[in-house]
Design a protein around this ligand. Structure first.
Ligand code: SF4
Length: 309
């Protein structure tokens, strides 16, 4: 049975502060992108990792005070990977009183059968998983599918696409699924991974390891993740600024002719988006845009209490 250790009063205070910040970030993303509407039935995809546990808890929390009524159902796909601890999620969800469904499909066997030894299995595995989750959403009458990707996943995807795909393309907080039948939402889109990590440790979620299939992690994603973490340490605020940049796009100052009609610029045209400052000294703000000094008290206390260095 899933048991939690006692938390001290101080730990509880820190947990409350972290929860408040996560609630604020999730609430803002939901509002900014119109993620949840009256009467929605949301399928919360639960993998057993820190992100999906946090998403479920924060959504349940917001449900109490949201101005609209919506229901949640947690769904886990048991892909029959060897050693998958199938009892953990049902026990946790029952203890929490959450409506849930465990879908059992042996995609592991299909992937092993179809992909030659040593080749990467993730793309077929994800395709199969996606199909099963869409089908499940239809069966359960869900209007939205919630995935637990966070701000750092979104930035990593942007860089992956720029470095390896030649595209400025991230991960949308809300989109129509590729089968055109479901709306996918990412309520953690504004949440920092480090907040989620600390929250998950403090909440003592029964985390299910994500390497049970034996597949190698995506090395390119890992390299980019490490690059972003390194920047975050060396240049505080850079991650926030880059994320703000994704919400502040100026097509007239990029090079995509499908987004801006450059040919329509002629003598006598209006100045567009401030014109060109190429000949001037650039006025770069000293403080990164979108950056706010962290709540210092919270920062120190949580490192201390949660023993994270
Ligand atoms: S890591 Fe394993 S379970 Fe995850 S997508 Fe890749 S093959 Fe599938």
């Amino acid at each position: 049975m899933f048991e939690k250790q006692e938390v001290t009063k101080k730990e509880q205070v820190n947990l409350n502060k972290l929860q408040k910040r996560l609630r604020r970030d999730v609430g803002k993303a939901i509002a900014d992108f119109g993620m949840i509407e009256e009467g929605d039935r949301i399928m919360v995809c639960l993998s057993g990792g820190k992100d999906s546990y946090t998403m479920l808890e924060i959504l349940r929390n917001l449900q109490q005070s949201a101005p609209v009524n919506f229901s949640l159902i947690a769904v886990n796909l048991d892909q029959k990977q060897p050693g998958f601890p199938a009892h953990i999620l049902p026990e946790y969800l029952e203890q929490q009183g959450v409506e849930y469904k465990i879908v059992e499909e042996n995609t592991y066997a299909i992937v092993k059968d179809k992909i030659p030894e040593g080749k990467t299995t993730c793309s077929l595995c994800s395709r199969l998983r996606r199909g099963i989750l869409y089908r499940t959403a239809t069966e359960l009458g869900c209007t939205k599918i919630a995935l637990g990707h966070h701000r750092d996943d979104i930035l990593q995807t942007l860089f992956l696409n720029m470095f390896y795909g030649g595209k400025m393309k991230g991960m949308p907080p809300k989109l129509m699924s590729d089968d055109g039948k479901h709306i996918v939402i990412r309520p953690l889109a504004y949440c920092r991974e480090k907040d989620i990590e600390r929250f998950a440790i403090a909440r003592q979620y029964p985390i299910i390891p994500c390497n049970l299939c034996g597949s190698q992690p995506n090395l390119q994603r890992q390299v980019i993740g490490d690059m972003l973490k390194d920047w975050d340490k060396r240049y505080p605020g850079r991650i926030e600024t880059m994320f703000s940049a994704m919400q502040n796009i100026v097509p007239s100052h990029l090079n995509d002719t499908s987004l801006f009609d450059f040919k329509a610029i002629h003598h006598g045209s209006d100045v567009v988006d401030g014109g060109d400052l190429a000949f001037d000294r650039e006025d770069i703000p000293m403080q990164p845009v979108g950056w706010q000094a962290e709540d210092e008290e919270l920062a120190i206390e949580r490192l201390d209490v949660l023993q994270i260095k």
